[in-house]
Design a protein around this ligand. Structure first.
Ligand code: ADP
Ligand code: NA
Length: 329
């Protein structure tokens, strides 16, 4: 399917982890290779404000910078694609406000993510309810036709399509109805604690830029097949978190060797973890080297974000002009 313009975002709520990398950023890099400047990648700091646990005004600038740096180190080239910070393009919030005036509250209160997140809070910020409307503005302000998403974002994207439809119906054809790009090859990476999903908010991550020593400590302590109690007990690779990670980082012959070694107790779990660690660092090492270089030259990251914002803002302002005229402002 032809895609012309793609928007994707990541929240600056904590260090980027290997789940983000394998499940999202790697695909973004591929999309960027194909689309160039029409691949827009946004660090969504306005969204981060709605997360009362993770939001800290003292730390937000650093986290935003770190998110940009990690994405650049992971292969997003800001000279090819458009990498920017959401709040550098304040038109997102203007379009979002206009959309809120056209969106029934009931469409927002029925969002699964809203229900889950608000249930955990004593006082629910209105911004949490409006979150998917801002997300719609993030996408539609660039008239993006394609949005790479995980399963858990499909409902929000459907709402974006509904918002586009409603606007077009009321004010004339303006926005495309963006389609979801679900990548069947993108794994859902389990947490280092064995939980089904690695997540910043749970704190069960291996960070993309984590110290090798710290990564090894986490791997060493990670659960394996519970049936392998002693070194000589045979195991079942399909029940082992470490084997799962091997499938992300190791070539097929290593995967086969450790699977066979596990089933026959020919290899112990610690040795299996060491092999994984080496393969993992072969992938993460070059990323971490690029990150260290960028950290030495923060002005390179800042300049990239300024340039990205300039490009994104030119498109956003054009859309806003069109919208203002159509709605009578
Ligand atoms: P987190 O859940 O850690 O806060 P985000 O919600 O910021 O991560 O997600 C950023 C991107 O990374 C999204 O595209 C999301 O689908 C992807 N992602 C997050 N966690 C994982 C994971 N464990 N496995 C695969 N992809 C993931
Ligand atoms: Na998340």
């Amino acid at each position: 399917r032809a895609m012309k313009r793609v928007l994707s975002g990541i929240q600056p709520t904590g260090a980027i982890h290997i789940g983000n990398y394998l499940g999202a950023i790697k695909q973004w890099v591929e999309i960027g290779e194909r689309l160039g400047k029409d691949a827009l990648f946004c660090i969504v700091d306005y969204h981060a404000l709605t997360n009362p646990d993770a939001y800290d005004p003292e730390r937000l600038p650093q986290r935003t910078f770190e998110a940009a740096l990690a994405n650049m180190a992971a292969g997003l080239d800001p000279e090819k694609i458009t990498l920017f910070v959401q709040s550098h393009v304040p038109e997102h919030t203007e379009l979002s406000w206009i959309f809120t005036t056209q969106t029934p509250v009931g469409d927002l209160t029925r969002m699964t993510q809203y229900k889950d997140k608000s249930a955990k809070l004593k006082s629910v910020p209105a911004g949490l309810l409006m979150y998917p409307v801002l997300q719609a503005a993030d996408i539609l302000i660039y008239k993006a036709d394609t949005v790479p998403v995980g399963e858990d974002q499909l409902q929000h994207l459907e709402l974006t399509r509904e918002i586009a439809r409603r606007f077009n119906h009321a004010f004339g054809d303006t926005f495309p109805e963006p389609k979801a790009l679900l990548n069947p090859k993108a794994p859902r990476v389990p947490g280092i604690d064995g939980a089904a999903k690695m997540s910043k908010s749970v704190g069960n991550t291996i960070e993309l830029l984590e110290e090798p020593k710290s990564i090894w400590e986490k791997l060493r302590a990670a659960p394996t097949d519970p049936a392998r109690v002693r070194r000589n007990d045979p195991g079942d690779p399909s029940r082992c978190l470490i084997f799962k990670y091997h499938t992300y980082f190791s070539p097929p012959e290593v995967q086969e060797a450790v699977a066979e070694g596990c089933r026959t107790a020919g290899i112990g779990c610690v040795d299996c973890k060491k092999l994984l660690f080496d393969r993992m660092m072969e992938v993460l090492g070059p990323i971490q080297e690029r990150a260290a270089e960028l950290r030495q030259n923060p002005e390179v990251v800042e300049a990239a974000l300024e340039d990205g914002a300039r490009r994104a803002r030119a498109i956003a302002q054009e859309t806003m002009h069109e919208v203002r005229v159509k709605i009578g402002l």
